[in-house]
Structure formats: structure tokens, C-alpha cells
Ligand binder design. Structure first.
Ligand SMILES: C[S@@+](CC[C@H](N)C(=O)[O-])C[C@H]1O[C@@H](n2cnc3c(N)ncnc32)[C@H](O)[C@@H]1O
Length: 196
């Protein structure tokens, strides 16, 4: 399993946004939608061995976590607008613990800290950071979870929380990439290892 945890520092936690304004009033939800696309889409298939956690920290009701499970996903299309509609639907659900909003999409009020606790039980955490160790020099286990920022890096507090789990700190190169591009690069690196 490959898992991606993306922190949406300002991403909306309300389902009342307009699909025509995904990059405007949503706290850059568009970045997170592109991350979903990069995590799951192959040319003619969906990656069933992938999961994504979007941690939404914007107003009005943070935190909210949306979990996408590749093995269960249906109705996911490569355009941002239709994924935006799935996210909007998930944010409109009344959530008690964790609710399944559509096949493969779950909403909860879990925090970043809760998510780290859950995923660290059975996977190695990886902090994606420009100054980490080159991914090409690191052995990665089969079950691995990558944590990255959206258009902002992790805050000091978020970084400290992650460090409690002794993550591998891994770089994709010295240049800073968009979050969705980082996910594409990681997927490619992992795919090459599987084929070898
Ligand atoms: C768009 S970047 C965040 C802001 C960016 N660091 C800047 O200076 O503008 C999004 C996230 O992708 C990850 N990232 C970007 N480039 C990376 C790289 N070369 N190696 C590892 N992670 C990277 C980091 O987790 C970063 O927080």
C-alpha cells in the first residue's frame, strides 16, 4: 500500500463552495484535487494499491479528514471539477466518527495527529522534504505513507508531530515541486522498483 497524506492548510471544511471557483474561495482545494488525480490515475486504470488522506484545516469547522481508498473507489474521473463534486458531497455529510460518503470516500473529523497515529500502526512514515535523503538512495517498505504540504510547507508544529514517529525524510531533488507533481514522481519511483 502506498499512502499520501496532504495537509490542506487553508482548505475549506464546508461543502458550500462553487465548482466554478475551486482555486478561489476554497482555500486552494484545487491543489488537493490534483493530488488525488496524481495519486490514483493511470492511463487507463486506477491505482488500487493507493490511499489518500486530505487533512482540511480551513474554516469553518477544522479539522476534517477525507480518506480515498483506491481499492473501493468508483465515480472518480480525472477532471478536477467532478472530483470537486465528490469532495463537496463528502463535506456535506453529517459525520459522527467516520462516514462512507460514496464508494471509496470517507469523511471524518479526525485531526492530522489522529491520522498519523492510525497510519503509523502498519506503515513506515515518510516526510517529503527538499533537504531529505535522495529517494533513489533509500529502500522503502511495501507499506509506506508519504506526508507532504499543499502550497505551504508543514508548520513547525506539524513537523514536530511527524518527527515523533521517526519518519524517513526523503527528497525528490533539490528543486521545490508542486504537491501533485511530488506524488507523480513518488508513484513513478515506486513503480520502477516493482518492475525491477
Ligand atoms: C509546493 S511545496 C510547498 C512550498 C514550497 N516548499 C515552496 O518553497 O514554495 C509542497 C510540498 O511538496 C513537498 N515537496 C516539494 N518539493 C519537494 C522535493 N523536491 N522533495 C521532497 N518533497 C518536496 C514538500 O512536502 C512541500 O511541503
Amino acid at each position: 500500500m502506498r499512502r499520501f497524506v496532504i495537509i490542506g492548510h487553508k482548505a475549506t471544511t464546508s461543502g458550500s463552495f462553487k465548482l466554478d471557483d475551486l482555486a478561489g474561495s476554497t482555500g486552494r482545494l484545487d491543489i488537493l484535487l490534483r493530488c488525488i488525480n496524481s495519486a490514483f490515475f493511470l492511463s487507463h486504470d486506477i491505482r488500487r494499491d493507493a490511499e489518500v488522506y486530505l487533512i482540511l484545516l480551513g474554516p469553518p469547522n477544522p479539522p476534517k479528514t477525507l480518506k480515498f481508498v483506491g481499492a473501493e473507489l468508483k465515480y472518480l474521473n480525472p477532471d478536477e471539477r467532478s472530483t470537486g463534486a465528490l469532495v463537496r458531497n463528502a463535506l456535506m455529510q453529517k459525520v459522527i466518527t467516520e462516514e462512507r460518503c460514496s464508494p471509496g470516500i470517507y469523511a471524518s473529523n479526525r485531526s492530522y495527529s489522529d491520522v498519523l497515529t492510525i497510519i503509523s500502526k502498519d506503515s513506515q512514515l515518510v516526510y517529503l522534504k527538499e533537504d531529505g535523503k535522495d529517494i533513489r538512495e533509500v529502500e522503502l517498505p511495501k507499506d509506506v505513507s508519504f506526508v507532504l504540504g499543499d502550497d505551504q510547507d508543514l508548520t513547525y508544529e506539524e513537523e514536530e508531530m511527524l518527527m515523533n514517529y521517526s519518519p524517513l525524510k526523503i527528497s525528490l531533488g533539490p528543486i521545490s515541486y508542486h504537491a501533485d507533481h511530488c506524488i507523480t514522481i513518488v508513484n513513478n519511483e515506486l513503480d520502477r522498483r516493482l518492475i525491477r
